[in-house]
Design a protein around this ligand. Sequence first.
Ligand SMILES: Cc1cc2nc3c(=O)[nH]c(=O)nc-3n(C[C@H](O)[C@H](O)[C@H](O)COP(=O)(O)O)c2cc1C
Ligand code: SF4
Ligand code: SF4
Length: 408
Amino acid sequence: MADLYVKEFDMKNPFVVASSPATQGPNNVLKTASIKPGAIVVRNFGHGKGGGSYIGPNSSDIFMGRPTVQSHAIGTGIKDPIGSLEEYCEAIRRIKREMDPDIRLWASIGHYGDIVKGGEWEKDWIRQTEELTRAGADALELHFNTPGVAVMKDRTINYYELVNRCTAMIKQHTTLPVMVKLTVEGCDPLTAIRQAVAAGADGVGPTARWKAFSFDLDWKRTEPRPGSGYGGTQATPIICYTIAETRSKGINIPMYAGGGVFSYEQALQILMAGSNCVQLGSIVCSGGLGAAERLMRRTEEWMDSHGYPDMQSLTGDALKLFNMPKEVAARRTARLGEAYRVTQVDRNECIGCGRCYDVCWNEGIEIADGKARKLDSCIGCGYCFQVCPTGALHVDKGGILAAAFDEE
Ligand SMILES: Cc1cc2nc3c(=O)[nH]c(=O)nc-3n(C[C@H](O)[C@H](O)[C@H](O)COP(=O)(O)O)c2cc1C
Ligand code: SF4
Ligand code: SF4
């Protein structure tokens, strides 16, 4: 079996169950601990009643492992089980006593609402830092991810300055590693990461959740309240870009990125883009521990069957693709284009549906006698190959691209 140990975070495996209802209060943390993730982030307190959680119509999709766009829970009586810093510290002590010692316990500091409200929030955050350090947390996490923080950036707060100043401030008051959780909404994530690094962050967790307005056309019967904090499968490629860009600029800070991870494939993409760990959020809340455990197991199985013996070999492996030399990329394009250009329609397979003709913008194909036929004017763009329903237009795309890559 692959060795999942992550040395950058000293974690048994790369899965961080992120701050969410699944980590709200000691009972939920201990329940979540049963699937043995590498780390659990205790949800920051101060949510009060409501918890900011609403359910979309698609969470059953997550449970079934299908792509989805959102997941929040509803509950008019949701109440934060941690009401004060004293209760928070007691929760940390209890979790540390009862939880598997191999799971790292990160305590989330503050709440973005504190910043919005103003007042003496910095003093509060420092007190939380000092008390939670004493209570025995393994690391502290700063909460700069929620869309609310990002969207205020041009109103009252400079986001980058906030990240830098708060990180430096918290670092002065703890001996624990400080994890800085960042948004990719409304800011340049690379700049935000640089600010966290400059201020001494021990890890960064870029996360993709946006303010969004989601509804269907039958809107009167859907959302109890459409609102903020939307994620979904579409988030993963965006977060992968942030990870890959950061690594490509030589920034090697330990990273635990997340966003829209509902399948083991997405977890692997986050890791192979260069993040050392991966956050699990909605999948745990809406898919439950069963779905999260399945994802963790399948990630490991995939590593075994694809020759990745450990995290070192896996992490950042896809940067080879992100940073592919121009000549290799050009060769791959040329090889594939040429294959598209010269490959003729298999007349036995063609059913004359005309889809290929429909997507050809170069007069490169015609339908004659009920069958398609490629013409000399074909430029090899490949559109028709994507739409052919029968395989009458077919090339071994994977083989062609891999051969061009391997040759280099
Ligand atoms: C219902 C719900 C509540 C959340 N509440 C918080 C929170 O209080 N603090 C926080 O830092 N992140 C919060 N998050 C974000 C998660 O910690 C995590 O970063 C995010 O869910 C990852 O994206 P994903 O849900 O698409 O996997 C919440 C996420 C969900 C689904
Ligand atoms: S799309 Fe495929 S099956 Fe349809 S006409 Fe073109 S080649 Fe034939
Ligand atoms: S490869 Fe492009 S140009 Fe050639 S026939 Fe197909 S759609 Fe037309």
